[in-house]
Design a binder for this molecule. Structure first.
Ligand SMILES: Nc1nc2c(ncn2[C@H]2C[C@H](O)[C@@H](COP(=O)(O)OP(=O)(O)OP(=O)(O)O)O2)c(=O)[nH]1
Length: 220
């Protein structure tokens, strides 16, 4: 079985992979996303931004393996790690702006007042690094774009949703698979990438680095 290290703190990404038959090793990258985004050219296209953030997350975890492969406490036999490291980043592209997590009720409320009844694109950048003997031997990148058609929560529904806290810590202030599902009228594209990691794109990126997705399944 090929091992997958998920360079993410996202419970949603972990859940998508686990439901798809993969048992990742989770290692949070602790990348300063604001610093990475600020270092990009100001006119960078939105898909470039999310792919560069995904790349930074995967590269940070891969570097831990390469630098300290004998002393990596979170992974047994790190020095001989033969598998893939996956990083992702999701943001909502709507009305010409790229939006991450709102973090506060006030910002989430403002986002919903703007996006209700409109459509936006949930972009998820992906980076797959193939590693052999704790060194990166191949890399693949891509961005999945899914159009999200937002519904119109009424004021009371919106306040209850905001009070739940859910919209504060997710890109675009909504979830497809949680309380936010009541306020998503539909999507055009890959649902898994809206939740946080796009399985069809990941399948293609894995193949690009010479890994078949079935090698990630436990009985392989
Ligand atoms: N369950 C769920 N989560 C969503 C949905 N849309 C976005 N998210 C979550 C996935 C990510 O955890 C978060 C987007 O933020 P990031 O891409 O920066 O990832 P996060 O900070 O969670 O972890 P990471 O930076 O990868 O360590 O929003 C959705 O429809 N359902």
């Amino acid at each position: 079985m090929t091992r997958l290290i998920l360079a993410s703190a996202s419970p949603a990404r972990l859940a998508v992979l686990q439901a798809a038959g993969v048992q990742p090793v989770v290692r949070v990258s602790r990348v300063d996303e604001d610093a990475v985004a600020a270092a990009l050219p100001p006119d960078s296209p939105p898909d470039t931004v999310v792919v560069e953030l995904a790349r930074a997350k995967a590269a940070a975890v891969a570097a831990e393996l390469t630098a300290g492969s004998t002393g990596v406490c979170w992974l047994d036999s790190a020095e001989a790690f033969d598998g893939v490291v996956v990083g992702c980043d999701s943001m909502l592209w709507i009305a010409g702006r790229l939006q991450g997590k709102p973090h506060t009720v006030a910002v989430a409320r403002e986002r919903w007042q703007q996006q209700a009844g409109r459509s936006g694109e949930l972009l998820t950048g992906h980076c797959v690094l193939r590693m052999r003997d704790a060194r990166v031997v191949a890399a693949a990148f891509g961005c999945s774009r899914t159009t999200v058609h937002f519904g119109r929560p009424d004021p009371a529904e919106l306040e209850s949703y905001l009070a739940s806290g859910e919209p504060l810590s997710v890109a675009g202030a909504f979830t497809l698979d949680g309380l936010g599902g009541w306020f998503v009228d539909g999507i055009d594209g890959d649902p898994s990438s809206v939740i946080g990691i796009g399985l069809p794109l990941l399948r293609r990126l894995l193949r690009e680095v010479g890994t078949d997705l079935t090698q990630l399944w436990p009985d392989r």
